[in-house]
Write a protein that binds this ligand. Structure first.
Ligand code: NAD
Ligand code: MG
Length: 339
């Protein structure tokens, strides 16, 4: 797997181009500001007329246009609106206005890999995906560091799409820590699998299944919450810092022995079979089809599942218990008024 650094990048390739960033959310703001501060002289943000993000982008000193204007203005058009809105926006506002020879860019492979967006053959199509949320991408850059980025090329009309992608990633700060070459397919399939099997699906359901097991066995909800949900953070922080061995070094020997003995009983071969089935549905496009259709249906089932899970017992107890720990709210990552 090839890794590029700033010394491998020709940043002039991006500095001399007009870069239009469509959307000014988590990633959009970080890309636009880092590009500007890296010396890209012409950066513009594409936002709808009534968008609440307009004022934010203008306050940050950026030129704001409509998505259609920005698409027609940019040499590189980076699309950073929510994935499920991209196909319609691309079809109606972006594709009809792109300059011949422009590059369209993404921070996630889903829409291109699953053919929800099919850039014309005369265009470059690349991906630069920072491996972190936008606020970290911006904060690390301001510190003089940078979040590692994935870079990929789906379509190379110009013959130098990868050089352009690496230059873009470098200007976002990725070249300070590493720009990892991948493909749209690999980024998309591993990203979906990771979030479904582990990060979102796996962890959530491991927590709720364990919580329910304790409560159904007659233990108090409060204890079940602390042991099966709250303390996950302590463990994850240790794993994040130095891997599984770092976590196992830090916990008690009893906890470590139980890990080796009971972990494989909980996550057994059947669970791995299930994981392979989930991966199969991702690879075959079945998951993508379901999600695309769900969006066409106004997210009816998605919203019902969200509402049902929000009512789970562990959420109610958790809310109450977190109220006893005010320091948690003081360091919130999620502030629904701001993000
Ligand atoms: P977001 O939800 O934070 O921001 C979306 C922004 O799009 C909004 O702020 C708004 O300004 C704009 N917008 C919404 N509808 C629009 C429309 N119809 N026309 C024009 N603008 C519109 O999105 P995000 O999390 O930054 O995700 C953007 C892309 O980056 C996605 O492809 C996502 O997969 C990818 N990505 C996100 C992260 C992350 O940590 N959030 C990390 C890597 C890659
Ligand atoms: Mg991911």
């Amino acid at each position: 797997m090839r890794v590029y650094y700033d010394r491998d990048a020709d940043v002039n390739l991006i500095k001399n181009r007009r870069v239009a960033v469509i959307g000014y959310g988590s990633q959009g703001r970080a890309h636009a500001l880092n590009l500007r501060d890296s010396g890209v002289s012409e950066v513009a943000v594409g936002l709808r007329e009534g968008s609440g993000s307009r004022r934010k982008a203008e306050a940050d000193g950026l030129k704001v246009m409509t998505p259609a204007e920005a698409a027609g203005w940019g040499d590189v058009v980076m699309i950073l609106v929510p994935d499920e809105l991209q196909p319609e926006l691309y079809e109606s506002r972006i594709a009809p206005n792109l300059k011949p020879g422009a590059a369209v860019a993404f921070a996630h492979g889903f829409n291109v890999h699953f053919s929800q967006i099919e850039p014309g053959p005369e265009l470059d199509c690349f991906m630069v995906a920072p491996k972190g949320p936008g606020h970290t991408v911006r904060a690390e850059y301001e510190r003089g560091a940078g979040v590692p980025c994935l870079a990929a090329v789906q379509q190379d009309a110009s013959g130098n799409a990868m050089e352009l992608a690496v230059a873009y990633a470098s200007a976002v700060g990725g070249g300070r820590s590493g720009i990892i070459e991948t493909t749209f397919q690999e980024e998309c399939e591993t990203d979906l699998f990771g979030e479904q099997a582990v990060l979102c699906g796996g962890v959530s359901h491991l927590i709720t299944a364990a919580y329910e097991t304790l409560v159904e066995a007659g233990y108090s909800k409060e204890m079940a919450f602390f042991e099966c949900m709250h303390e996950v953070k302590l463990i994850v922080d240790l794993i994040y810092e130095g891997g599984l061995a770092n976590m196992r070094y830090s916990v008690s020997n009893t906890a470590e022995y139980g890990d080796y003995l009971s972990g494989p009983r909980v996550i057994d071969e059947r669970v791995k079979d299930n994981m392979r089935a989930v991966l199969g549905d991702i690879q075959s496009g079945r998951f993508a089809r379901d999600w695309v259709l769900e969006n066409k249906a106004g997210q009816a089932e998605f919203k019902a599942m969200r509402a049902r899970w929000a009512r789970h017992d562990v959420e109610e107890v958790g809310e109450r218990m977190r109220g006893m720990m005010p320091w948690i709210a003081q360091n919130r990552l999620v502030n629904k008024d701001r993000n």
